[in-house]
Design a protein around this ligand. Structure first.
Ligand SMILES: Nc1ncnc2c1ncn2[C@@H]1O[C@H](COP(=O)(O)OP(=O)(O)OP(=O)(O)O)[C@@H](O)[C@H]1O
Ligand SMILES: [Mg+2]
Length: 351
């Protein structure tokens, strides 16, 4: 009966609410939105209502280029909501864009992924933002669980499955067995911190000021964690700190590797610490089956080889690391009406 009734409402939606990217999956349609988590607003002179100018790609293109009165906001920091109103506005925008059946009956059920390390208050904030954005029911699920499902790990079996999700704001390491998280560890700061390390290196060693977007581009083009057969080079343009004039420098992948090394070491240490607190039976499975990397950070050149050498376990990269969480959310949505839903710990709210 419920299933029949739910057919009248809008489609079920899965949102991977990331610090850097929001990916929206609509049941029956697939991934319909994959856009940066950025919103551009115009502040009213009297400090009243903020007018939303752009969301996603369009807003990201404005970062670092806005005149006074206009601001670009990244409403999530280190994986969690730092600006509630803007997060709600962003969810609301994407839910409306994803769900073309408008009106009362279009209130969808929405599952949102959040880092495993978030507090109860932060979970509740996500549920509240999703409900205020127009969802009929809102659920939250831990991101590593969704990533593991998305990477097709057999998390329901009584065996150790390890997933490492390296996103923009958080790096989360989790061991799952029998449908739940057994041990998890998170460090706040991942891809964004790598960008900051590149930015700082250019300031200190080359006296060159660059923007966040340029730092991220350098990471994509030159980023690596092991020596490359042929080291890469690129020209970087910015503002000289000495005289304030435009200048360019040639940067190599060797310099970028050195700059990001402390962050890579910290990721490796976090995985080691997680293994140290994992029950030995599960460690045995991970030793045999390996661990899976997900999230955009998994795309850093040489990361899987390096971690495999350091940890002495096989390391695999999820097929499409940037959308692994969304693939997992799709499986959770398929299972939403079953008697034993996949979600192990759920914060659920409904209107
Ligand atoms: N080819 C690449 N090489 C290195 N890093 C990359 C590459 N492609 C994307 N990234 C980085 O991956 C990060 C985004 O990954 P992802 O979309 O998984 O993060 P998120 O889900 O938004 O963040 P979080 O889960 O921490 O909230 C960004 O820091 C981005 O620069
Ligand atoms: Mg993520």
């Amino acid at each position: 009966m419920f299933r029949l009734f739910s057919g009248f409402f809008g489609s079920d939606i899965g949102i991977d609410l990331g610090t850097v990217n929001v990916v929206v999956y609509v049941k029956g349609k697939g991934i319909v939105i994959n856009e940066p988590s950025v919103i551009a607003i115009r502040k009213s002179i009297r400090g009243g209502r903020k007018e939303i100018l752009a969301v996603g790609h369009e807003a990201k293109a404005m970062v670092g280029k806005t005149p006074s009165g206009i601001e670009t906001v990244k409403p999530l920091r280190e994986g969690v909501i730092s600006d509630f109103d803007m997060t709600e506005a962003m969810i609301s925008h994407f839910v409306r864009a994803a769900d073309d059946r408008r009106g009362f009956f279009s209130r969808p059920r929405v599952v949102v992924s959040v880092p495993a390390c978030v507090t109860e208050v932060e979970r509740r904030a996500v549920v509240d933002a999703t409900l205020s954005a127009g969802a009929r029911e809102a659920y939250v699920v831990e991101e590593p669980l969704a990533a593991a499902l998305g990477a097709s790990l057999p998390i329901h079996e009584p065996r150790g499955n390890m997933v490492v999700d390296i996103g923009g704001g958080t790096c989360e390491v989790a061991v799952l067995s029998m449908g739940g998280i057994v041990v998890s560890k998170s460090i706040r700061g991942a891809g964004d911190e790598i960008d900051s390390a590149i930015l700082t290196m250019l300031r200190l060693n080359h006296k060159l000021a660059i923007g966040e977007g340029t730092a991220e581009q350098i990471k994509w083009e030159l980023g690596s964690v092991l020596p490359l057969e042929e080291e890469l080079r690129m020209e970087v343009k910015g503002r000289a700190l000495t005289d304030g004039l435009p200048r360019s420098v040639t940067l190599s992948s060797v310099q970028v590797r050195e700059a990001i090394e402390p962050i890579i070491q910290r990721i490796g240490d976090t995985i080691k610490e997680t293994l140290e607190t994992t029950p030995p039976e599960l460690v045995k499975d991970i030793y045999e089956q390996g661990l899976v990397l997900a999230g955009g950070g998994a795309l850093l050149r040489g990361l899987s080889q390096r971690l495999s050498q350091e940890l002495n376990v096989p390391v695999f990269v999820a097929e499409e690391p940037l959308i692994a969480v969304s693939h997992g959310l799709a499986k959770i949505l398929d299972d939403l009406d079953s008697k034993r839903p996949i979600m192990s710990t759920v914060e659920r709210g409904s209107l």
